[in-house]
Design a protein around this ligand. Structure first.
Ligand code: PLP
Length: 404
């Protein structure tokens, strides 16, 4: 036979499978703690006030321009990629002509473009992902035909980072030219980041083993609430002056621009000549895939990053989001303790960013789902601020039910 009937069946991504099960549940008590999407105190989507203001402003000026639907260049909106790069790398981190930056279809597009480029230019024997990592990392690297290997990360017993095992693996099993994927901050799914000393050690290993660092930055400003603090690890690598590296940058979460798909890929090279050549390759890949990235979200983000008044308002918005997550962590933790829940739950408050790796087993998660209508990924990861539709995420009204 011929045609698509021969295709191998591919299971639905676990997030989407969970959403479907949730949608089918008629219970009025149901709560889903699945996707990495911020929700406000009423479990509603939150348009950042700084973004809202810019939209209003656009109605007045740029919206009138007949050029508003024109194509952008292949590499994207130039003012955007420059300010996005500066936000991530800091203004004086490295020479501007050593960088190549392209606007991408958000963080996913940046990860994907970076993976394609490195698979062809570096021909790594493997990419090393943390175990566990964002589910799409292995998908993206698998699609470009690079072997995916894992370095230990999460210590399930201690519910913390297993740094010794991570170092041991990287120091003994990696091959020069391999890519190592690092979460710039607010590790997804565990919510556990290395300390500064540990980051320095990881940079040492990259130097000594000839590993190529690929930073994925999807939560800058969202983890600690401080943009510079959340970029510390990446900037430390840059400050060494010895490493070329790539960074995938997303504005989905920190600007709440999920569906606008705003992001960038930044490549730091060792010379302006290398940067110019790499730019040609990256533009060719981009041309073949999307020709040009979209305009609107890049304009919005640029306005926030260049207008001092809007920028200050954005900092307040970031603070609001990170504080609400922290207070929901605290509330959940306190409820768990006051219920006398067996086990230790300090990790709920010590983990950072949107996610908490609860340590619940897949059997426990299934039981909670069928008996109490609380939907959690099989890995035990919860998104603290929540998910789609009406009863999502931990909020003041449902925290007792979720904890119970
Ligand atoms: N990288 C990580 C670690 C993520 O958690 C996410 C989103 O959940 C992304 C990248 C990409 O998100 P987006 O494509 O919406 O920017």
């Amino acid at each position: 036979s011929y045609g698509f009937s021969n295709l191998e069946a591919i299971p639905l991504d676990p997030h989407y499978a969970l959403k479907e099960a949730f949608a089918d549940d008629p219970s009025a008590k149901k709560v889903i703690l699945g996707s990495g999407i911020y929700r406000d105190g009423n479990s509603e989507p939150w348009v950042l006030p700084s973004i809202e203001e810019r939209k209003a402003e656009k109605e007045v000026d740029e919206h009138k321009s007949s050029a508003r639907y024109e194509y952008l260049p292949i590499s994207g909106y130039a003012p955007f990629v420059t300010v996005a790069r500066d936000l991530l790398f800091g203004r004086y981190g490295a020479k501007a002509d050593h960088f190549v930056s392209l606007q991408t279809i958000s963080g996913t597009g940046a990860n994907s473009l970076g993976a394609q480029f490195l698979s062809k230019s570096l021909r790594p024997s493997a990419v090393w992902l943390s175990n566990p990592s964002w589910v799409n990392h292995s998908n993206i690297w698998g699609l470009v035909g690079v072997k995916v290997k894992y370095y230990p990360y999460w210590d399930a017993q201690k519910k913390t980072l297993d740094f010794d095992s991570m170092v041991k693996k990287l120091e003994t099993e990696t091959v020069s030219g391999d890519v190592i994927l690092l979460h710039a901050c607010a590790h997804n799914p565990t919510g556990v980041d290395p300390t500064k000393e540990q980051w320095a050690k990881i940079a040492d290993i990259c130097e000594s083993r000839g590993l190529f660092p690929f930073f994925d930055s999807a939560y800058q400003g969202f983890a600690s609430g401080d943009l510079d603090e959340d970029a510390w690890a990446l900037r430390h690598f840059v400050s060494r002056g010895t490493l070329e590296l790539v960074a995938a940058q997303s504005f989905s979460k920190n600007m709440g621009l999920y569906g606008e798909r705003v992001g960038a890929l930044h490549l730091l090279t060792s010379s302006p000549e290398a940067a110019a050549k790499a730019k040609g390759h990256l533009c060719q890949l981009q041309r073949g895939q999307i020709s040009q990235p979209p305009r609107r979200g890049a304009h919005l983000a640029t306005a926030i990053l260049t207008n001092q008044v809007l920028f200050q308002k954005w900092l307040i918005d970031l603070h609001e989001m990170s504080s609400r997550i922290k207070s929901m962590r605290q509330a959940l933790y306190e409820e768990l303790v006051s219920l006398g829940t067996p086990g230790k739950w300090e990790h709920i408050i010590s983990q950072i960013g949107m996610f908490s790796y609860t340590g619940l087993s897949s059997v426990q998660v299934e039981t909670i789902q069928s008996e109490s209508h609380v939907y959690i990924l099989k890995s035990g990861r919860i998104s603290v601020p929540g998910c789609e539709f009406s009863f999502e995420g931990v909020n003041a009204a449902n925290v007792k039910h979720v904890a119970k």
